[in-house]
Ligand binder design. Structure first.
Ligand code: COA
Length: 182
């Protein structure tokens, strides 16, 4: 598993990720082709901004784009969110991706806290966050909120993958963004 920058060639793969199944607990509809094209173009633009406030990265498994993970920086924290293609659920991919993005957030980016949330009906997403080192903070408006601080990602509660193709976080082959591309 690796996190990588998106390119404009990823539009079709991004559209496949935002299927009706995957957006079930999100306040949005499944993605259409034009929106997917705009999405990847925006992600490419965000990657060029200085200072960089939006990281919109692909979750890549051997060249197959399985999901999208985002980190939006404010002056005081980072907000993490992700979405995974429905045929990749249950293999630990999202868990590995969240763990990897926390390494970036607390390492190169030096953020003091990263927050995340999921719809109260999406318990599996809560498990993903907790396994990656997040702690639950509150439940409001039908969403469960979480926070992680430096150090929490050092003790991820990762289990062994139930899918043989999944490589644990930390064994990525494509580098995530480094200093100078912030
Ligand atoms: C969260 C999701 C992306 C799976 O990610 P993943 O990295 O493959 O998940 P993992 O296999 O590492 O872990 C999922 C955990 O949720 C648990 N789980 C699965 N379904 C569950 C449910 N209905 N209730 C409670 N826990 C559940 C699994 O048992 C597992 O926990 P465990 O390792 O302690 O057994 C997927 O289940 C999901 O919710 N998809 C919805 C669309 C999406 O992308 N959502 C993103 C957040 S809005």
């Amino acid at each position: 598993m690796s996190l990588r920058e998106l390119t404009t060639d990823d539009a079709r793969a991004v559209q496949r990720i935002y299927s009706s199944a995957s957006v079930l607990h999100l306040p949005r509809a499944a993605m259409e082709g034009t929106e997917a094209q705009r999405f990847v173009e925006r992600a490419v633009r965000c990657a060029r901004e200085t200072p960089r406030t939006h990281h919109v990265l692909g979750i890549d498994m051997n060249g197959d784009l399985l999901g999208i993970i985002k980190l939006n920086r404010t002056s005081t924290n980072g907000k993490l969110s992700y979405i995974l293609r429905d045929d990749a659920w249950g293999c630990g991919v999202a868990t590995a991706a969240v763990t990897e993005l926390l390494v970036l957030a607390f390492g190169v980016l030096g953020l003091p806290v990263v927050t995340a949330k999921h719809h109260a009906d999406n318990a599996a997403s809560g498990r993903v966050l907790v396994k990656a080192g997040f702690s639950r903070t509150e439940t409001t408006g039908g969403f469960v909120h979480y926070a992680a601080e430096p150090g929490s990602a050092d003790r991820p509660r990762l289990g062994l993958s139930r899918c043989s193709t999944v490589v644990p976080a930390g064994m990525r082959t494509i580098p995530i963004p480094t200093k100078g591309r912030q």
